[in-house]
Design a protein around this ligand. Structure first.
Ligand code: FAD
Ligand code: 2HG
Ligand code: ZN
Length: 485
């Protein structure tokens, strides 16, 4: 985004500007090498994954222990120094980077696995462990992390919990609000709240950890996570299907639930525009020879190969016979499994191919879900903003996502960011969602991008409660300011 298109916000002058004394204090708490002030070292931490939002932080702190996080926050709270907690910096709503000169508190050096109980499946780890590393550790023990997403190679489990990430297997393992059993959190004033429990059931009053799940760094810094992990399924199948209509996608979902039952572990969809950009980005032969208006990726996971294969075969035969599915392919080995997943997971990155992208991660009741993509496309066409040549700012409107969870990713791929495109899409998209009883954020959070739009989903009294909680836990407002609270 350029100055002209960056959302307008003013620096809060109540926050102190960082002095050399402050840097000296940070160096006393951490070792010199964990206090970054060199401009080149700061670049990664100041800019988000989409290279869309950029801050001007002069200092990144990389604590190695919870005690150090506590000392840093206590100091910053007393001095009124604003702080942005940061995990792997893969968030997609501009929440993980500073807006002005906030200090970045990176959890990257808090990356130790604390314990794993291979009877109960309860896993305790530092917040800065990379999701894929956590899952690889579990794989060796016959278990699986109950969350998977395209950014697994960089995102942190603490970052996942902080934005209540959903991902590719929520359909099977549910939300982090269910699987997280406990957290270790440091509050703005440095207080350490330890609830790293190993209990599935605990009804002793308010479940305070839930407040931090999805709080996006505005209420406290998560330093430890205790999470219940399921046994790793031994056999996985993937089917990649072509369908003629969104109606057929919905029928296909009903049929998959009925016929695949307990082995269904993912149900994802992509439209042809999203696959067309993926073709240009991936530069390999598409899994299906012909093009279709819609594609569905189905994953099954179970413990008995013959049983799972037979179920999938019956499902495919029936859905082709009754015309729900027009064409399809099934992965024959591990390599094909990964390739087929890539045609779905790769769409997020492919959407940036033109130069920029407006991303809307939304929940909408299933019957209306694709209607938003059609409405956005029509509106951009009417405004003469979309076309095949460089004269038009918009390249393509894509619809894909976790349709099994009612979660659509509407991506408007652009050649350049312009006020015209933004005005055409916002608040139109949010109004449309509100009218159709959806949520303006399904799984990515609100961050900086959606900070002015929370009212399209939450009621006035809900917002009041959020503000009251923020004032209680962080009265100086030092944690992740300028974002949604
Ligand atoms: P960051 O981006 O660093 O931070 C995200 C937010 O959490 C920020 O507000 C930050 O301040 C806060 N935060 C981070 N760590 C902490 C902490 N320890 N304590 C307190 N606050 C903290 N999301 C989904 O839900 N589903 C998907 O399928 C999905 N796929 C993705 C695919 C790609 C290719 C990419 C780039 C992103 C995807 N995302 C998805 C977005 C997503 O939210 C994340 O990738 C992930 O959950 C963020 O983790 P992170 O460690 O990178 O957090
Ligand atoms: C996905 O499901 C991610 O691929 C990213 O949540 C979606 O980039 C997006 O809009
Ligand atoms: Zn997603």
């Amino acid at each position: 985004l350029t100055k002209e298109t960056y959302p307008s916000t003013a620096r809060n002058q109540a926050f102190a500007r960082l002095s050399s004394d402050d840097i000296g204090e940070f160096k006393k708490i951490l070792s010199d090498k964990n206090v970054l002030t060199d401009a080149t070292d700061l670049e990664f931490f100041n800019e988000d994954w989409m290279r869309k939002y950029r801050g001007e932080s002069k200092c990144v702190l990389k604590p190695q222990t919870t005690q150090q996080v506590s000392q840093i926050l206590k100091y910053c709270n007393e001095k009124k120094i604003a702080v942005v907690p940061q995990g792997g910096n893969t968030g997609l709503v501009g929440g993980s980077v500073p807006v002005f000169d906030e200090v970045v508190l990176s959890l990257a050096n808090m990356n130790k696995i604390r314990s794993f109980d291979n009877v109960s499946g309860i896993f305790k780890l530092d917040a800065g462990v990379i999701l894929e590393i956590a899952d690889q550790y579990l794989a060796e023990q016959g278990y699986i992390f109950p969350l998977d997403l395209g950014a697994k190679g960089s995102c942190h489990v603490g970052g996942n919990v902080a934005c209540n990430a959903g991902g590719l297997r929520l359909l099977r393992y549910g939300s982090l609000h269910g699987s997280v059993l406990g957290l270790e959190v440091v509050l703005a004033d440095g207080t350490i709240v330890d609830s790293m429990h190993s209990l599935r059931k605990d009804n002793t009053g308010y479940d305070t950890k839930q407040l931090f799940i999805g709080s996006e760094g505005t209420l406290g810094v998560i330093t430890g996570v205790s999470i219940l992990c399921p046994a790793r399924p031994r056999f996985t199948n993937i089917a990649f299907l072509g369908l003629e209509s969104y109606e057929a996608v919905q029928h296909c979902f009903t049929q998959a639930k009925n016929e695949l039952g307990e082995i269904l572990s993912a149900f994802e969809f992509m439209d042809e525009d999203s696959q067309d950009l993926a073709r240009k980005f991936i530069k390999q032969t598409h899994p299906l020879e012909e093009t279709y208006p819609f594609y569905v990726l189905i994953e099954t996971s179970g413990s008995n190969k013959e049983h799972d294969d037979a179920k999938l075969e019956t499902f495919l035969e029936t859905s082709m016979e009754n015309g729900i599915v027009s064409d399809g392919t099934v992965a024959q080995d591990e390599a094909q499994l990964k390739t087929l997943w890539y045609w779905r997971e790769g769409v997020s990155e492919a959407s940036t191919i033109g130069g920029g992208v407006y991303k809307y991660d939304v929940s909408i009741p299933l019957k209306d879900l694709y209607g938003l993509v059609e409405a956005a496309r029509e509106r951009l066409e009417e405004a003469n903003l979309i076309g095949e040549t460089d004269d038009f700012p918009v390249l393509r409107v894509l619809g894909y996502g976790h349709v099994g969870d009612g979660n659509l990713h509407l991506n408007v791929a652009v050649r350049r960011y312009t006020k015209e495109v933004e005005k055409c899409l916002e608040p139109f998209v949010y109004e449309w969602i509100s009218e159709h009883h959806g949520s303006i954020s399904a799984e990515h959070g609100l961050g900086f991008q959606k900070k002015n739009y929370i009212g399209y989903t939450k009621t006035e009294n809900e917002i009041k409660l959020i503000k009251q909680l923020k004032n209680l836990y962080d009265p100086n407002g030092i944690l992740n300011p300028y974002k949604y609270v």
